[in-house]
Unconditional design. Structure first.
Length: 132
């Protein structure tokens, strides 16, 4: 119930309230990767990427097969102008597929919406500056 409430508040972009609900949900289920990622998203949107980053890293370490924590961390790093780190994670998400469809499906996730130069992230071209 707390997780669902946190998601609803996140969809409404009521970040402080969402964070409260998601923190309570995480206290009840401390090893839940989905809740941890959702809390990280809310924290990141609320202007606390430094609190979101360890949540995404924990989720990646706990469930390395999941793409979502890796993509969320890559988006956060890109938005924080840590482009080389973000590019490495985006490439990892491609899983060896360097075709155009894979490149767009990964790069168009959220980072490209906020930073168009990342379209080239999978091709090996690093933008010198991130424009938001």
């Amino acid at each position: 119930a707390l997780h669902k409430r946190g998601l609803i508040l996140s969809f409404q972009e009521k970040w402080p309230q969402a964070i409260i609900s998601l923190r309570e949900a995480l206290r009840a289920a401390p090893h839940d990767v989905v809740i941890r990622c959702d809390l990280g998203v809310a924290l990141n949107h609320d202007g606390a990427p430094e609190l979101a980053e360890p949540l995404f890293r924990w989720a990646m370490a706990d469930q390395p097969a999941l793409a979502r924590p890796q993509r969320l961390l890559a988006d956060l790093l890109a938005r924080s102008h840590r482009l080389a780190e973000a590019q490495t994670l985006y490439r990892g998400l491609l899983g060896g597929r360097e075709d155009e469809k894979a490149r767009w499906s990964i790069c168009w996730s959220g980072a490209v919406k906020m930073a168009r130069p990342l379209i080239s992230c999978a091709s090996g071209t690093l933008p010198t500056r991130l424009t938001v």
